[in-house]
Design a protein around this ligand. Sequence first.
Ligand SMILES: Cc1cc2nc3c(=O)[nH]c(=O)nc-3n(C[C@H](O)[C@H](O)[C@H](O)COP(=O)(O)OP(=O)(O)OC[C@H]3O[C@@H](n4cnc5c(N)ncnc54)[C@H](O)[C@@H]3O)c2cc1C
Length: 366
Amino acid sequence: MHGSSAALHLAKKNLKVILIDQGSGGRNSSKVNAGGLRQLNRLQPEIPLAVEAIKMWKNIKELVGDDCGTAFDGQVCVAENSMDLKKLHDREIRLRELGYRHEELIDAHELKKLIPSISERCIGGLICRSDGFGSPFRSTFAFQNTAEKLGVYFRRNSGVNRIRKNDSIWYVTTDSGENYQAPIVINSAGAWGDQIALMIGEELPISAEAPLMMVTAPIEFFLKPVVIGASRKFSFKQAPNGTVLIGGGYRGKLNRATGETRVDFDQLRLSAQTVADLFPHMKKVPIVRCWAGIEGLTPDRIPVLGESGIARGFYHSFGYSSHGYLLAPLTGRLLSELIVDNKPSLSIEEFSAARFNPPVQSPCDR
Ligand SMILES: Cc1cc2nc3c(=O)[nH]c(=O)nc-3n(C[C@H](O)[C@H](O)[C@H](O)COP(=O)(O)OP(=O)(O)OC[C@H]3O[C@@H](n4cnc5c(N)ncnc54)[C@H](O)[C@@H]3O)c2cc1C
């Protein structure tokens, strides 16, 4: 989705864009994520971007012609004990000191009013009332379709395997033997972003994981906000069709080279146990589907976004570390501003590739 967002925004600025994908585009992550649109609990460098991204999602139809199944009934991080509550309270204070007001501590009474079926063990929470969720599948298609309508050429099912530079022009070769050339390249290869970076001689650290998801059978409507855990791995939302989507941090097995994942049922059991603890009425609800996606994580859990640390005209947008769905409409816009106008409307310096490597000359620039 970050690739098609960049393509879409660049096409809007009248650049000719080719998007090359080794698959159909977002099969492992953008199309199959949990759909959480969350400013809540964001790492500090990402907060300004998260706040701006939510504004874009609220008007997403203007950008991509579809509301992408979005709903904004808030997200709440629930405390199960006094330590959790203190952690959330401290965060609220820290954010207020930084000038943010979007996260607000609520007590057990307010929590119960919002979510009557939540277990008595939950003693409060931190809520962001403007958060919500969307449909990842619809969103990814909406971004791809809009980019295509704006003239972006999609080359699908053909992986990039070589990149070199000559006289300020990048030469990109694919598995099917095609060659493309352009003055600008954006690496938006998700969990494989480090491999693309290595093709220009830039070493960027990323670890790939296979986050697990499961979906229940449809049940009577009982939940509006998205619920996440303060100390337990847990995210929980009810879709408009009544099914409940459960994720939040347990991992399956992954072979990154082949892109294959396997569901780990022991991990899913832990996830199901948390659900039963927090929502006792869910104990007997059947799980109808489960899967493991693939996500690339950086060591500091914030993305690599901006120009390469070693080569001009080469940009990165990857490593969204399990929370990149929210940021996708915005990162493409910021990259297009950086590339075309020389300055993004929000600072992305903290996401620079150079934070991992002292700047040195690329073999491509020599
Ligand atoms: C199960 C799960 C739940 C999640 N839940 C949330 C959530 O609730 N909220 C949230 O904000 N985020 C969530 N995320 C994270 C979010 O989905 C990702 O951060 C985001 O989708 C990453 O988008 P991307 O475009 O960088 O990567 P991708 O969608 O993985 O796209 C990268 C593309 O690069 C292509 N590619 C790779 N190598 C090559 C190559 N050599 N040549 C050509 N193409 C290549 C791939 O085929 C792929 O299509 C979740 C992720 C998962 C897996």
